[in-house]
Design a protein around this ligand. Structure first.
Ligand code: 13P
Length: 255
C-alpha cells in the first residue's frame, strides 16, 4: 500500500496583504531547500495568489486557495470559480470550519465543491471536524463520518488521486488547545480512513494524505508527526511566520 508523502500546508486565512504575503512566501521558499520528503503548500488570500505563485516558483513549494465556488462561472458576485484558479494554484481548501460557521457552507455544498475541484484538476484539501458540543456529547466520530461521506459523495475511486483530507476539530482551531495525538489517531485512523475505504476502496483510502489541523506549532508538531495516520498538518497562526512554519515541516520530514 502506498504511504502518502507528508504535506504541511499553511492556511493564512484573512491575513497578509500582497507585499507581506509575497515576503512571507519568499522566506518560506528560501528555507525549504534543506527539508526533504515533505510537500509544503501555502494558501494566501485570493488577491495574493499570483504574487505568491511567482515568489515560490522553482522552490518546490506549492500554492493553494482558501475556497472557491462550485460552478464554472455565473452571476455570483464576489465569488471565484474553479477555472479562475487554474494556473494560479494547485490546491484549494474546501469546507473549512470557518466557511461552514460564518458563510453558510453545508455538507452538500462541500461535496459539490470537492467534485468541482477534482473536475478542474485542483487538489482539494477537504476540512472536517466536530464542534466542542459534538465531542462532549460523544458524537465526534459520527459527525466526522457524515462529513467525509458528504464530501466524497460525488467522487468515485478514480477521482481520489489528488484528494487530501484535513481533520480540524473546531475546538482546537486558534485556541492553543490542540487535540491530543490519541484523539487525532482515533478520528483519522478510525472514522476518516474507514469511511474513505467504504466509499473509495481500501487501497485508494490508504493513499490519501490525512492532515491534522488545530493549534499546530513548532513545539507540538513532532507529536502529531509520530502518529501513523497523520500525514501532515494544516497550520493556521503558526504558518504566518516562516521560521515556525518551516519548523513544523521539519518535524514531518523527520517522522
Ligand atoms: O484552521 C486552521 C488551519 O486551517 C488552524 O488554525 P490554527 O493553527 O491557528 O489553530
Amino acid at each position: 500500500m502506498t504511504v502518502p508523502t507528508p504535506i504541511v500546508a499553511g492556511n493564512w486565512k484573512m491575513n497578509t496583504d500582497i507585499a507581506g504575503g509575497t515576503a512571507l512566501a519568499a522566506a518560506i521558499a528560501a528555507g525549504v531547500g534543506a527539508i526533504v520528503g515533505v510537500d509544503l503548500v501555502v494558501c494566501p488570500p485570493f488577491v495574493s495568489l499570483a504574487a505568491v505563485r511567482d515568489a515560490v516558483a522553482g522552490s518546490g513549494v506549492s500554492v493553494g486557495a482558501q475556497n472557491m465556488h462550485a460552478d464554472g462561472n455565473g452571476a455570483f458576485t464576489g465569488e471565484i470559480a474553479p477555472p479562475m484558479l487554474v494556473g494560479l494554484c494547485e490546491y484549494v481548501i474546501i469546507g473549512h470550519s470557518e466557511r461552514r460557521q460564518f458563510f453558510g457552507e453545508t455538507d452538500d455544498s462541500v461535496g459539490r465543491k470537492v467534485a468541482a475541484a477534482v473536475a478542474h484538476e485542483l487538489r482539494p484539501i477537504v476540512c472536517v471536524g466536530e464542534t466542542l458540543s459534538e465531542r462532549e456529547s460523544g458524537n465526534a466520530a459520527e459527525v466526522i463520518r457524515w462529513q467525509v461521506t458528504s464530501a466524497l459523495a460525488e467522487l468515485d475511486a478514480g477521482d481520489a488521486d489528488g484528494l487530501v483530507i484535513a481533520y480540524e476539530p473546531v475546538w482546537a482551531i486558534g485556541t492553543g488547545r490542540a487535540a491530543t495525538p490519541e484523539i487525532a489517531d482515533q478520528i483519522m485512523g478510525g472514522a476518516i480512513r474507514s469511511t474513505m475505504a467504504a466509499v473509495l476502496g481500501l487501497d485508494v483510502a490508504a493513499a490519501v494524505p490525512l492532515l491534522y489541523g488545530g493549534s499546530v506549532n513548532a513545539a507540538n508538531a513532532a507529536e502529531f508527526a509520530a502518529v501513523e495516520n497523520v500525514n501532515g498538518a494544516l497550520v493556521g497562526g503558526a504558518s504566518l511566520d516562516a521560521g515556525s512554519f518551516l519548523a513544523v515541516a521539519v518535524a514531518f520530514a523527520g517522522a
